[in-house]
Design a binder for this molecule. Structure first.
Ligand SMILES: Cc1cc2nc3c(=O)[nH]c(=O)nc-3n(C[C@H](O)[C@H](O)[C@H](O)COP(=O)(O)OP(=O)(O)OC[C@H]3O[C@@H](n4cnc5c(N)ncnc54)[C@H](O)[C@@H]3O)c2cc1C
Length: 413
């Protein structure tokens, strides 16, 4: 590795980390990326892995592979546990790594919001391992009830999704389609009609970031597919096999998926007293995305306070930070970050999505769904993944089949 040029350490190989690393490498800088996984995860499609629509390697890409043609790139597979700002070093829990510029892009993790039993008895959908674990569990419920139908009397085929944001809506819709189009054929002797998919939302509506019209479309679409949607329903606690709701009612369910929200990656808490966090625990940053008082440290993506926790925010912030580092290297002042909102979208199921685009353009139904497919395809990292996803989607669409319905809970820890 050449060390005569400034070295940037990028913590996190998610959307923000990839964007900043690419731009810094284009500017001729040395970049060392640190991630606790050796791969990038395309989180928006995790729900399709969980519902057997895609294979796990369709939505992930090895970080060394992404940058294999960049000779100024290096990678460390490890977890950053602290930063010594005075010494300009990150601590990898034993080893240290020096930096000239540091970009923290460690993202977020699933949050239980302190609700009892969530950590122990629910499934998250934040990582690739979460998605594979959930898929295996869903499929195992069908195998178990097929072997012992009495389990179906106690929620064996009840799937409760907590959180009516885009992830909850997409997961609930995909789950119903998996059951009604695929598992019904796999289990001809099982009364699959007993399966329930329940979506719980504490607010009086789904998709809080969307317009009332899009929320209504999503609700109608889910209900038409057979999802039971319950509003104003907060979870009091979760126990093995049951969700207890505030107000004393209980839903028996062997599967509870918690997609109610996220909190910043634990690294935020370990940055020391000199770094301010907002009420949600995200790192407060200056308008140029630097940490106050730390001229060489930037924070982007889900970890940074002040912007929506979305992939395009992280990507735009990554590119912005690379431009600011170049300006600072050239002795020029930094510029503030401005987010360009290109809109939001969510799928409800086959042929159905809602999209809200700039200039007040609202799309729904098939057109929005095709747009959703297209945008996710072009945002996926790597040609191989794009080709594999396109092939899988085409196959699933034409045949109503799902190729990846494998139970691999013995190999995923
Ligand atoms: C299920 C799901 C669906 C989503 N759908 C959408 C969508 O449709 N559209 C949209 O815009 N957004 C969506 N999002 C949100 C979007 O994925 C995030 O906003 C985006 O990933 C944030 O990018 P990031 O770079 O900040 O963090 P991430 O992409 O989460 O990357 C963080 C990286 O940091 C690594 N890391 C964390 N801590 C450490 C550490 N201490 N040391 C080393 N490495 C560390 C992690 O392993 C990870 O690779 C979704 C999120 C989820 C979970």
């Amino acid at each position: 590795m050449i060390t005569s040029v400034p070295k940037a350490v990028v913590v996190g190989g998610g959307f923000g980390g990839l964007a900043v690393a690419r731009a810094l490498l284009d500017d001729g800088m040395d970049v060392v990326m640190v991630d606790r996984h050796n791969f990038h995860t395309f989180q928006p499609l995790l729900y399709q892995v969980a519902t057997a629509g895609l294979d796990s390697d369709n939505v992930a890409a090895a970080l060394r592979g992404i940058f294999h043609d960049r000779h100024r790139f290096d990678f460390r597979c490890g977890e950053v546990v602290a930063v010594d700002f005075a010494a300009r070093q990150v601590d990898l829990g034993g080893a240290t790594l020096g930096y000239d510029w540091l970009v923290l892009a460690a993202g977020s993790v699933s949050s239980s919001f302190g609700v009892a039993g969530v950590e122990e008895h629910t499934f998250a959908l934040k990582s690739l391992a979460d998605a594979v674990r959930l898929r295996s569990h869903i499929l195992r419920q069908f195998e178990d009830v097929a072997a012992d139908p009495s389990l179906g009397d106690h929620g064996g085929l009840s799937f409760v999704v907590v959180g009516g944001g885009p992830t909850g809506v997409e997961l609930a819709g995909a789950l119903v389609e998996l059951i009604e189009h695929v598992l019904v054929r796999d289990f001809p002797n099982l009364d699959v009609g007993r399966a329930r998919v329940v979506l719980l939302e504490a607010a009086p509506h789904l998709l809080s970031a969307f317009s009332p019209a899009a929320r209504r479309l999503a609700l109608d679409g889910l209900r038409a597919r057979g999802v039971e949607v319950r509003f104003d329903t907060a979870v009091d606690r979760v126990e093995e096999g049951a969700v207890h709701l505030v107000g004393d009612s209980t839903i028996e369910a062997s599967t509870v998926v918690w997609v109610a929200g996220v909190r910043p990656a634990p690294l935020a808490e370990h940055l020391g007293a000199g770094v301010n966090l907002d009420r949600a625990g995200r790192v407060c940053v200056e308008p140029d995305l630097r940490v106050a008082g730390q001229d060489r440290v930037f924070v982007i993506g889900d970890l940074a306070a002040g912007w929506p926790q979305l992939a395009p925010v992280a990507i735009q912030q990554g590119r912005h930070v690379a431009r600011q580092i170049k300006r600072l290297e050239g002795g020029r002042p930094t510029r503030p970050f401005h987010y360009f909102d290109k809109g939001t979208m969510a799928t409800i199921g086959r042929n159905s999505a809602v999209a809200e685009l700039p200039l007040g353009i609202h799309l729904s139904g098939f057109v929005a769904w095709v747009l959703w497919l297209f945008l996710h395809l072009i945002t996926l990292v790597g040609f191989r993944n794009r080709a594999a996803v396109m092939l899988n989607w085409a196959w699933n669409y034409v045949t109503y089949d799902r190729g990846a319905r494998l139970i691999v809970d013995d190999v995923v820890a």
